[in-house]
Design a binder for this molecule. Structure first.
Ligand SMILES: CC(C)(COP(=O)(O)OP(=O)(O)OC[C@H]1O[C@@H](n2cnc3c(N)ncnc32)[C@H](O)[C@@H]1OP(=O)(O)O)[C@@H](O)C(=O)NCCC(=O)NCCS
Length: 329
């Protein structure tokens, strides 16, 4: 078995093999209850790995007899989190317990050490093969997150319409691929408030967001083919972004999306802006993504404020995930 590093020039044939392994490993499987990434998503990541100032993506493929039998995703964070790698490993169901996952992880650990990194996080539903694999590798459970799913057919449209208008003193603004330039400074500050979300024992530092980082983040996800929808609350008196929520629609599928960040900056908390922005997002999705059937989101179990909004809107708990952290430096 060899380990290949995916790069922007990786052949279409290899990308298709990788996607087939992604479907076989993750698809409908119990223990990894998310839809597989689409071929277009994998291709977007391979062709646009990114890097400074956001995060660099890299995939490893375990290849035997010219077939992909396992793979690892990894996101190498930048800026204030240059010490951290977010990763996950996957092996074809019929090739498990042969040491392929461990070989992928060993490669990742060696690369992380060579790059001066100190922590790798590996996610997995509690009790799953992934969780047991991570713990066997010496990783420690460092944060528990609730994965919740909103089935859009169950959404109470009247509640959404009632909840969407913001409190007096605020207005909502919506945008897509490019944030309005005049809002960038306060959007960068709002992005920093995202660090208030509980991180448990994860070795994650607060990031300082510059305007270039915001521009780079939007440009990278767009280059990879994702459609970003943002609804923000703007404080009328100051003209500042008081909070925002975003949903990313992946390329190559229309029924499933993941919730991105939702944040209200501390000075503007307590005005129901979270409920207002997320309701307005659901109104927007009705029109702009009419085929969408469900949205997944992850929240730390102690993040009561965000969970309360999600539960009120109809998100149902699917399962608990652990973030397992491996110290390598
Ligand atoms: C997690 C996964 C990648 C493991 O791959 P693998 O090639 O089977 O793992 P390895 O054979 O290298 O196992 C290494 C060690 O992990 C532990 N382990 C792996 N799978 C396990 C399981 N199902 N139950 C208990 N322990 C397990 C064992 O200690 C194993 O060593 P051993 O076989 O000598 O006892 C694979 O089960 C998978 O693809 N699962 C679905 C996706 C997923 O959950 N990924 C994890 C995200 S980080």
């Amino acid at each position: 078995m060899e380990i290949e590093v995916v790069h922007p020039g990786t052949s279409e044939r290899r990308l298709k093999q990788w996607h087939a392994a992604e479907v076989a490993s993750t698809g409908a499987e119990r223990g990894w209850p998310l839809p597989a990434m689409t071929l277009q998503e994998l291709e977007g990541h391979a062709r646009h790995p990114g890097g400074e100032p956001i995060a660099r993506y890299e995939a490893l493929l375990a290849v035997e007899d010219d077939e992909v039998i396992g793979f690892a995703h990894s996101w190498w964070l930048s800026a204030d989190n240059r010490h951290f790698v977010d990763a996950s490993t996957h092996v074809l169901p019929e090739r498990r317990r042969e040491g392929i996952g461990r070989a992928l992880l060993d490669h990742l650990v060696a690369a992380a050490r060579a790059d001066g990194r100190r922590s790798i996080s590996l996610p997995g539903p509690l009790g799953s093969a992934g969780a047991q694999f991570a713990e066997a590798a010496g990783a420690k459970e460092s944060l528990i997150e609730r994965h919740s799913v909103l089935d859009l057919a169950d959404v109470d449209a009247a509640l959404v319409d009632r909840s969407a208008p913001p409190s007096p003193g605020y207005r909502l603004e919506a945008w897509g691929e490019v944030p309005p330039e005049h809002l960038l400074p306060s959007l960068a500050s709002a992005q920093e408030s995202m660090d208030d979300a509980p991180k448990g024992a994860l070795d994650i530092a607060r990031d300082t967001w510059t305007l270039d980082m915001i521009r780079a983040l939007y440009a990278l996800t767009a280059a990879r083919g994702y459609r970003r929808l943002v609804v923000a609350a703007v404080h009328e008196a100051s003209g500042d972004v008081a909070g925002f929520t975003e949903v990313q629609l992946p390329p190559g599928r229309s029924e499933y999306a993941e919730q991105g960040d939702t944040v209200v900056v501390p000075a503007h908390r307590g005005h129901r802006l979270g409920m207002s922005m997320k309701s307005a997002m659901l109104q927007r999705l009705r029109v702009e993504a009419p085929q969408l059937e469900r949205i997944s989101t992850w929240n730390a179990e102690e993040n009561q404020w965000m969970l309360a909004v999600n539960v009120a809107l109809g998100f149902k708990p699917a399962e608990l995930w652990g973030m397992y952290q491996l110290t390598v430096g």
